[in-house]
Design a protein around this ligand. Structure first.
Ligand SMILES: Nc1ncnc2c1ncn2[C@@H]1O[C@H](COP(=O)(O)OP(=O)(O)OP(=O)(O)O)[C@@H](O)[C@H]1O
Ligand SMILES: [Mg+2]
Length: 229
């Protein structure tokens, strides 16, 4: 079976919503499932690239490049064996977000559960349309762990108002997301029993299921389980 290339874009207009956090978590989780991930960091802040500079394990590559180079960078990464590409888009840069949507098989749009974030969603819907309507899922981020019981209602409400599908997996606010990133790691690598590690496994599982549904198959030749969580 031919090796499939998957491209996941992570976009969001609002700064600090969790784009880089989700990008690095998905990429490392893919590496742990024996994929060969590359993060394409489109943001001038180069947070993903700096995270990689701090990182000791050598299983995730990060390429910082302007949005105009997305297609060429994907082709180069694929020619070097990458099979799981995550694009970490900048906030406040609609043209980069449109290019990210255009280049992706699946788009993740993290939002915090506050109106300042929700207010960006109509514009994000336009960006998704301009990028060719790539399947896009909102991921609710930084939920208070104690309020996560309300998460289902919140997701239904967001979809009802903004008409963008909402991922059933959400992410709670846990310090370990920041403290692990400070060391170039993800929560799974710092404490695999932490709830943050569990919720990222759920998110990864959802993402790979969507890729499988959309594209038939997202398994390596050696048939390692992509959604092994
Ligand atoms: N679920 C979470 N719990 C706790 N902290 C989080 C969580 N998600 C992200 N953070 C922290 O919030 C800050 C912003 O997250 P991140 O850098 O991923 O957002 P971003 O959307 O990439 O921001 P930017 O638009 O500036 O690129 C970081 O310090 C990150 O560690
Ligand atoms: Mg970022």
């Amino acid at each position: 079976m031919a090796k499939k290339l998957s491209v996941i874009g992570v976009i969001g207009q609002k700064g600090g919503g969790g784009k880089t956090t989700i990008a690095i978590n998905l990429a490392v989780t893919a590496a742990r499932q024996k994929f060969t991930p590359v993060i394409i960091d489109l943001d001038q802040q180069t947070n993903s690239a700096k995270w990689r500079d701090r990182r000791k394990p050598d299983n995730v590559a990060v390429v910082a490049t302007p949005a105009a180079r997305i297609k060429a960078t994907i082709e180069t990464a694929a020619s070097h064996g990458a099979d799981f590409i995550v694009i970490d888009a900048p906030g406040h840069n609609d043209s980069a977000a449109i290019e990210t949507v255009r280049a992706s098989d699946l788009v993740i749009l993290p939002v915090e559960a506050q109106m300042f974030h929700f207010d960006t969603l109509p514009a994000m819907r336009d960006i998704i349309r301009l990028g060719g309507d790539t399947p896009t899922w909102i991921v609710v981020n930084k939920l208070h762990p104690a309020t996560s019981v309300m998460a289902k209602k919140l997701k239904e409400m967001i979809f009802g108002i903004y008409k963008i599908p909402v991922c059933p997996a959400h992410i709670c606010r846990y310090d370990i997301y920041a403290t692990s990133a400070d060391e170039g790691l993800i929560p799974e690598e710092k404490k695999s029993t932490h709830k943050a590690a569990l919720e990222i496994r759920e998110l990864y599982k959802f993402v790979t299921q969507q890729l499988n549904n959309a594209r038939g198959s997202h398994v390596r030749q050696d048939e390692k389980s992509a959604a092994g969580a």
